[in-house]
Structure formats: C-alpha cells, structure tokens
Design a protein around this ligand. Structure first.
Ligand code: ZN
Length: 219
C-alpha cells in the first residue's frame, strides 16, 4: 500500500516538473532595469533576422531577446504591432527571402484528347447493370480533357492563358500611419519603404484569363 502511494506521488512531481519546463521554455520574463517605455531587439537564432518585440520574454518563437533596446516611439509601436522587420538591419535576410520569389510563369487552358480514366459518358462495362452499354460513369479510354498546363513565356497559343507572378510587399510609416505598397523587383524599391514582414514579403498573384495577341506569335 505504501509503495503504491509513493509511485503516485512521484508521478505528480514529474508531471509538475514537465509543466514548469514547458511554461519556462516559452514565456519566462527577463528582469529589466530600463525605466522608460521601450522594446527590445530580438534575433532569430537560426536565421539572424532581427526585429523589435514588446515585453521582456526571454524568447518569442525562435526570436531571442537581446539587451539592446529602443525607446518606444509611436513609430516603433506600429512596427511591433504589425510584426515588421527593418530592411536596413536585415539586408542579407531580406534579399534571401526575396530571391526565393521566382520568375513569372504562364499556363494555358488546354483541351486535349487523351487516354486514361475519366468520369463521363462512354461505352464500356457497366458494373451497376452487369453489361456492356453506353452509360455515364467511370471509363478508361480516349476522352477530351481541359486543364491548365505550363507553357513558356515565348510560346504562342490560341488558348486562354494566365500568368503567375510575384511581388514584394513593403511598408513605410508616414505621419504615424502605416502605408504599404507592392514592388515588382528589388531594383524598384523606394527607399522610404524600409519595413517588411518576413512571412508575407513575397506575394504570389495570378492574372485573370486572357488571350495572347498575334504579336506574340513566333516571338
Ligand atoms: Zn526591457
């Protein structure tokens, strides 16, 4: 009886220890002697990306608190609120993220006569009626199929096309207000737009369907 009690007790202790490890791991505040309102610089331990985060947490996801801080101005409040990084502090990381955005790609809506499985009208074995007949259902054979297929940008087609392209989303703060704009490439960035969010800096966009003009023919 005594033994059993002991096991339960140590089980509770272990549980309590795990719970305290979990909470300390993600939310322990660091003691801070700075008196004015401020925000600390945090640095991602894997990428080196830095940004200001409010509070005194030891770590916020992968971002580790630094002693370095900045006085909390109205602008800095907005930067923290929208979770923004500064390009000038993060040039390498910024170019790395933007480099991944890829080139414009094009697809055409192509209808082809292809062999394979399809659901539709056709002649074949109808399992529902246990006989060969013309029926609506699953068939294997030649049939018309329409789908978006990749084509190169210098290819001409009479079919409708659509393009997928990428833009860079940046922010600036002017007169205490956050403004955002999309840029086509790093060469076109207006220096006033010095802020980005590392998770949304590259935006994928798809055009409406359109037809290539005859001018593109044989280009
Ligand atoms: Zn502090």
């Amino acid at each position: 009886m005594k033994k059993k009690y002991k096991i339960i007790k140590s089980g509770i202790a272990a549980g309590a220890m795990i719970a305290s490890l979990i909470t300390s791991g993600c939310s322990m505040d660091v003691e801070c002697n700075v008196n004015e309102p401020h925000a600390h610089m945090y640095v991602d331990k894997y990428t080196g990306l830095s940004k200001y985060i409010l509070g005194e947490k030891e770590q916020v996801s992968d971002f580790v608190r630094q002693e370095q801080y900045s006085k909390l101005t109205d602008d800095l409040k907005i930067i923290c609120e929208y979770d923004l990084c500064t390009i000038s502090d993060n040039k390498e990381n910024f170019y790395f993220l933007v480099d991944k955005m890829g080139d414009t790609t094009r697809e055409e809506f192509k209808t082809e006569y292809v062999y394979g499985y399809y659901v539709g009208w056709g002649f074949g074995y109808n399992p529902m009626r246990n006989k060969y007949e013309y029926f609506f259902g699953g068939h294997t054979g030649y049939h018309w199929e329409s789908d978006w297929k990749d084509i190169s940008l210098d290819e001409y087609t009479d079919n409708p096309v659509r393009d997928t392209y990428y833009k860079i989303r940046l922010y600036k703060i002017s007169d205490g207000k956050l403004e955002t704009r999309l840029f086509d490439s790093v060469d076109e960035i207006d220096e006033e737009y010095n802020y980005f969010n590392e998770n949304y800096v590259v935006e994928r966009q798809i055009t409406d369907e359109y037809y290539l003009s005859e001018k593109n023919k044989g280009k």
